[in-house]
Design a protein around this ligand. Sequence first.
Ligand code: GDP
Ligand code: ZN
Length: 355
Amino acid sequence: MELEDIGYNSELENYRKDKNLDAFQVGRVTSEHKERYIVKTADKEYDSEIIGNLRYTANDRTDFPAVGDWVAFSEFNEGKALIHAVLPRKTVIERQAVGRKGEKQIIATNIDFAFIVQAVDRDFNINRIERYLTICHSSNVIPIIILNKIDLINEAYLRDLVEEIQARIKNVTIFKLSSETGEGLEKIKGSIKKGKSYCLLGSSGVGKSTLSNLLTHKQAMKTSTISTSTNKGRHTTSHRELLILENGGVIIDNPGIREVGITDTSGGIETTFDTINTIAEGCKFKNCTHTSEKACAVISAVERGEIDASLYDNYLRMEREKEHFEATVAEKRKKGKHLKKIIKDMKSHHSKYKY
Ligand code: GDP
Ligand code: ZN
């Protein structure tokens, strides 16, 4: 195996040379647990930590290595390494950090494609697909929809479901799959590109681990035991992992992202809600919020049935979340500045007496 098989490319190599990182090795972070990182090279894995300098110069958590990152490191002991630098990220999938309002948390980096897995049974929810699409679009990751558990519904219902999705979501590949019977699996495998990185997005229970096992032939971690033993289940899904696929390419098997918050998605919402935005060009006011304005082209289109009412609802909900997130960030920044000023004042106050 070569580094290129797990996604290394000339851009990264050029950066390494430019920054005089020649003295270091490069590898990819395959898992992270409490500031310990497993870094993979072509033939080895290293148990790694970051050097102090990297910690002290970090602005926030997002400057720390994340799963999917390429890092420059040095081995200081057999199998033990120190990470000196994180190479530039091509893509970042992030969400609002759980329990820390206004902070972002990186789910994975340097991902090319995301499989958005949805089960077609009673959990099916098209709004949720749009949520994940928004995340993909805002991070330049190409989304691919996988409708899993098709063994649980009949063909006619599946056809309706696909039509319903296609009516709302354009230009996204949809695969139909049963991880149980294997139907549709070969098509998905055949679509996987060598040297590209994939990740699995979707709520808990939709079948991500099962699919990941099928793609990687990693049968050691039987999913059936996961659902019966809570303790074990929690454990196996608490680590993010980067796994090598049999046709080349890698997959990042993420734990279920139950509540995906919308961060400032810079364009993500616009791409997902293409139809709405095209129609919005006809609104009278440029800064129309499409909620209550007179002469709002979007509201009229909803009333005429040209925009699906549930699509419109989902759009408004995500816009509200985005605004809320941005407001929280602005508030935090203000607080941070205020604190810096106090510290500065204190310092100058002290220096008056010292000298
Ligand atoms: P995850 O939480 O997204 O990783 O979901 P799992 O892979 O753990 O799957 C959750 C449950 O759904 C398990 O009991 C699987 O056996 C089951 N499952 C996964 N794929 C399918 C499928 O295609 N059909 C059916 N009937 N069950 C499936
Ligand atoms: Zn409007």
